[in-house]
Design a protein around this ligand. Structure first.
Ligand SMILES: [Fe+2]
Length: 372
């Protein structure tokens, strides 16, 4: 029985290699989150009870001309699936770690600054969770914004690009994934910049509204944008690109109830409305928005998750609503919060630590940071 890592599967996707991915979990789990383009064949329970017949039957409908990768929750049942498929003569693999491991699958998209074509600007996309982080480099120095992947990913890319990570910046205290900012700073000796807040308990350099952060020959200006969380901050790069955190997404806005809870959601929604209208929507229509999350499938085509502010204003009706309608729409559309968000927040605030727990056990699951 052969196994495949999430990196190997990612590389197959990126290369456009034909592959069929079957997900043997139950339909409800599949609907909650799954690998882009995978096919749900919910035979996990029958495989675990030793009954291979349902998968043998379903395998007849799978394309014959390409390998099959079986996926389950943690990479155990998928081994049984791969064995059954192998016994049928199929070129089959089990995805190591299952969806739990897929949570850390990533790809990159190279971005460009019109006014600074020499800059290195990369969007790192964590496919399983929709988390987006950024590496921006100039004159040998680099800043990493909202690191959510293993720190070696950022270290390797910086080395490849001939950059030294001097600064790590957060847009806010995250609720859906563990921040890797502290670990990255400790590993590379970078400064840790976080919007000033009363939440985190560890040492950091506070970012203030209007502050300019220099990276080599580039400047990022901090724009305080409370709403999603109290300290949420966006970063405007050279007046042409905005790292918008979880304040403004390509198709939505950030939900206001993860830090403040249900009781604070309404006040947060009002705050978000005012932030958007006072500080973001008046920026130029040609400014490109690069968010910290996406709820849409990302694709393995190197295409950035981004849109101009003008495009977003034209597409997202909520941004044209008056304040009362905006707040009412947000409150009516809030869905289940991200799994274990209170635990994740507590760790990201430095108020607790993981202990012996595996972060993937706590943060695995779908991205639910958008309001609608
Ligand atoms: Fe967030």
């Amino acid at each position: 029985m052969k196994e495949i890592t999430n990196r190997q599967l990612t590389e197959m996707f990126e290369a456009g290699s034909p592959v069929t991915v079957i997900d043997v979990r139950e339909p409800e789990a599949f609907a909650s989150w799954h690998i882009e383009g995978s096919r749900n064949i919910p035979v996990g329970a029958s495989l675990r009870s030793g009954d291979a017949a349902p998968l043998q039957h379903a395998a007849k409908d799978l394309p014959q001309d390409r390998p099959v990768v079986a996926v389950c929750n943690a990479g155990i049942t998928s081994q049984k699936a791969a064995q059954v498929l192998e016994s049928l003569g199929r070129d089959s693999y089990s995805l190591i770690g299952g969806m739990r491991g897929w949570s850390l699958a990533w790809s990159e998209a190279r971005l460009a600054l019109r006014s600074r074509p020499e800059a290195v600007f990369i969007q790192l996309r964590r496919h399983g969770k929709g988390c987006l982080s950024y590496l921006l480099g100039s004159a040998g120095a680099a800043v990493v914004v909202d690191p959510s992947l293993g720190i070696e990913v950022y270290q390797d890319i910086a080395q490849r690009e001939g950059l030294t990570i001097t600064t790590v910046v957060e847009t806010h205290v995250h609720a859906d994934h563990f921040s890797r900012a502290r670990a990255l700073c400790e590993a590379v000796g970078a400064d840790l910049l976080i919007p000033r807040n009363q939440r985190v308990t560890f040492d950091y350099t506070p970012v203030e509204h209007g502050q300019s952060i220099e990276i080599g020959e580039l400047k990022m200006q901090a724009i305080s944008t409370p709403g999603h969380t109290g300290e949420s901050t966006c970063y405007l790069i050279e007046d042409e690109a905005l790292l918008s955190g979880d304040t403004l997404f390509v198709q939505s806005v950030g939900r206001p109830d993860l830090e403040k809870g249900d009781a604070g959601a309404e006040a947060g929604a009002h705050m978000l409305y005012n932030t958007l209208h006072d500080r973001l929507l008046s920026l130029g229509a040609s400014i490109t928005i690069y968010p910290a999350h996406t709820g849409s499938e990302i694709g393995f085509n190197g295409k950035p998750v981004s849109a101009t502010l003008g495009e977003i204003k034209a597409e997202v009706e909520l941004l044209s609503a008056d304040e009362d309608s905006f707040v009412a729409t947000i409150l009516a559309s809030l869905t289940a919060k991200p799994p274990n968000h209170e635990c994740v927040i507590s760790i990201n605030e430095g108020k607790s630590d993981l202990g012996d727990a595996d972060p993937l056990d706590i943060e695995a699951g779908p991205n639910r940071c958008a309001a609608t």
